[in-house]
Write a protein that binds this ligand. Structure first.
Ligand code: URA
Length: 430
């Protein structure tokens, strides 16, 4: 088989066979096919797409490039969730303890943040002592005994994806729906869960900008999951504005803790309850989604979910944060509105980029994070604002943040007319 023939075939909009897909994925992983040929193929896929069978074969080839986590040592149905990434998305911190308190087995491998999107590992590592490097045996034992473990993805999980993603990132081929679907699903399938809820974000702060694209991505991922015998449900949810109010690692941990105690922002609470209900039902704990939702609400009221988070932190060697003595940013600066009205838009991308520049995120993979800094919003879309009222607070360790104050101010579009709240959940595809 020759790589040039595969490129030519895709360039001319023909479908690739499983053997051809296996050939280029394994050749690229073991360095026998050069970057320039794979770049060319990725661009041909970007323009001509892949059908469902090709996307499934591609996912399988990437999945098989590394190890597959064997969760068979965990009793019961294992559940997992994945977000396509967003700003202020601390869902895993809330959802994991919630579903584990309901009796589901939440075996989660998470990643780090890059650019304007945060990562669960960074948030957990902002908790003193929290250990994300669990051995396989410890991970399985913990999920069996506690119902939840959250660890870092190892290098051996879908290594072809790592290499392909790095190449796509510098060849303008990230935004291809089948490539994104295969990239996400290869890692999810390698993580071994039986039931997976995908949270596909749309809006300014997300990969997918339109509902149609999000639908197509969801449809392909659900189909790939089905082809592998997994139950996959995709939620399409808003990321035009940040989720919740807090953006930044420790700030988000605090917001997650409050949400688990029933005092969180309405959007975060609703999203976690809804996704959680599908996971709890998918795990066979309740007969229907409605009873799962009721069970989740009860686990919040009874504080069992909050206790589960505390136990999770302590079991993974961390110190449960004291809400009153946790954030140690040098300055807290209010961003004040310059006019009265109603918030029409709140640009998640601008807020995420600003938080990143303050030090809450990474511009490149090797940047270090300042866990104490970030942004806490005081207003969200639909809220009424009076002139000079606080729109947001910047938690900051830098001396000059004039540019960030401007960015955050400009991220708010204020209109004179009354504005509706954003739709949170657009669709659920299963
Ligand atoms: N997230 C992934 O894991 N892969 C992509 O290709 C895009 C988003």
């Amino acid at each position: 088989m020759r790589m040039i023939d595969i490129i030519e075939k895709k360039r001319d909009n023909h479908s690739l066979t499983k053997a051809e897909i296996d050939f280029f994925v394994s050749g690229y992983t073991n360095d026998t096919i050069p970057d320039y040929q794979i770049s060319s193929l990725m661009m041909a896929i970007y323009f001509n797409g892949m059908n469902d069978q090709e996307a499934t074969d591609f996912t399988e080839a990437v999945l098989n490039s590394g190890s597959i986590i064997d969760l068979s040592g965990i009793e019961g149905i294992k559940v997992d969730k994945h977000s396509t990434g967003g700003v202020g998305d601390k869902t895993t911190l809330v959802l994991g303890p919630l579903v584990a308190a309901c009796g589901a087995k939440f075996a989660k491998l998470s990643g780090r943040g890059l650019g304007h999107t945060g990562g669960t590992l960074d948030k957990l590592e902002s908790i003193k002592g929290f250990n994300i490097a669990l051995s396989n045996a410890r991970f399985l034992k913990q999920v069996n005994e506690l119902g939840i473990a959250v660890a870092g993805q190892t290098e051996s999980l879908a290594p072809a994806d790592k290499k392909l993603y790095a190449l796509r990132d510098v060849t303008a081929t990230v935004p291809s729906i089948p490539l994104i679907a295969a990239s996400i699903m290869s890692k999810k399938l390698a993580s071994g869960a039986d039931v997976i809820v995908l949270d596909v974000k749309i809006g300014e702060g997300a990969f997918m900008k339109t509902l149609d694209d999000a639908r197509e991505l969801s449809r392909i991922m659900v189909k790939i999951g089905e082809n592998f015998g997994k139950k996959v449900i995709a939620f399409i949810t808003d990321m035009a504005e940040p989720l919740g109010y807090a953006v930044g690692n420790k700030l988000e941990v605090i917001e997650a803790m409050r949400t688990l105690q029933g005092n969180g922002p309405a959007d975060l609470q609703t999203l976690c309850t809804e996704i959680g209900a599908y996971l709890v039902h998918g795990a066979g704990i309740t007969e229907d989604v409605k009873s799962a939702r009721e069970m989740i609400e009860e686990k919040i009221t009874s504080l069992e979910a909050s206790d589960k988070f505390k136990t999770l932190i302590e079991t993974q060697d961390g110190v449960y944060p004291d809400l009153n003595d946790y954030i140690h940013a040098k300055h807290i600066i209010a961003v004040k509105s310059e006019k009265s009205g109603y918030v029409k838009n709140l640009n998640a991308l601008d807020i995420g980029m600003s938080a990143m520049r303050l030090g809450a995120g990474r511009e490149t993979k090797d940047d270090t994070i300042d866990a104490d800094v970030g942004i806490v919003l005081n207003k969200k879309v639909g809220d009424k604002v009076d002139a000079v009222e606080d729109l947001a607070y910047i938690y900051n360790n830098k001396e000059d943040i004039t540019d960030e104050i401007k960015t955050i101010l400009n991220a708010f579009e204020i209109s004179e007319s009354v504005q509706e709240k954003k739709t949170l959940i657009y669709e659920i595809i299963n």
